[in-house]
Ligand binder design. Structure first.
Ligand SMILES: C[S@@+](CC[C@H](N)C(=O)[O-])C[C@H]1O[C@@H](n2cnc3c(N)ncnc32)[C@H](O)[C@@H]1O
Length: 191
């Protein structure tokens, strides 16, 4: 999986790297009832478009990606934008190995979790749970099962409810892609 991802970044601009912040994140940050800026952690940040967006809107941002080339590009993007995003090269399922003590008010994941191998997903959930401020929000975009021609990709609302103990699944909104996709919002309820 890591090699495949690296190949995308080394080949040039990966297909998902639109450079556009999704309206679903804009709604959270700028929409009605938007929280005051706090601390945000982005998982699988790619080249950093959304981490920079959050920082520009006053958030203190840490962003993590597994691919070194993506991290380099995200750091360059953050510097060019004059933002202080901390971009870390590492595994979102092994946050204890990184300098990300938390707590965070907002977690953002744009199609990272849905491609993580199932046996690492509980570790991802536990890592976020340990770092979540009371009432923290997780905004996640994920492909549904069967969207890709492999056996591991995909995420469902039921899976998130089962794996994220101490969180409430507050919203599930289907995406507009030709294959099944979803925007999930989870809220930390205890801890
Ligand atoms: C589909 S890309 C999306 C990138 C970025 N969110 C965007 O929308 O441009 C998924 C990203 O997650 C990263 N990723 C996958 N597994 C990861 C893991 N275990 N830890 C950290 N990043 C991971 C990949 O390297 C890739 O940059």
């Amino acid at each position: 999986m890591r090699r495949e991802l690296e190949a995308y970044y080394h080949a040039g601009k990966p297909p998902w790297d639109t450079g556009v912040t999704p309206p679903e994140l804009v709604a959270v940050v700028e929409g009605e009832g938007a929280p005051p800026p706090g601390r945000a952690l982005e998982l699988g940040c790619g080249t950093g478009t959304n981490a920079v967006y959050l920082a520009r809107h006053g958030w203190e941002v840490v962003a993590v990606d597994l691919v070194e080339r993506a991290v380099e590009q995200a750091r360059a993007k953050a510097a060019a934008a004059g933002t202080a995003v901390r971009v870390l090269w590492g595994d979102a399922t092994r946050l204890d190995e990184l300098d990300v003590p938390g707590r965070y008010d907002l977690f953002f994941d744009l199609s990272c979790f849905c491609a993580i191998p199932p046996h690492r997903r509980d570790a991802y959930a536990a890592g976020l749970t340990r770092r979540a401020a009371p009432g923290a929000r997780l905004l996640m975009f994920g492909y549904g099962p069967g969207a890709f021609d492999d056996l591991i990709s995909g995420v469902t609302a039921d899976e998130l409810s089962a794996r994220f103990a101490g969180w409430e699944l507050a919203d599930v909104t289907p995406g507009t892609n030709p294959v099944p996709t979803f925007w999930f919002t989870l809220r930390r309820t205890t801890g």
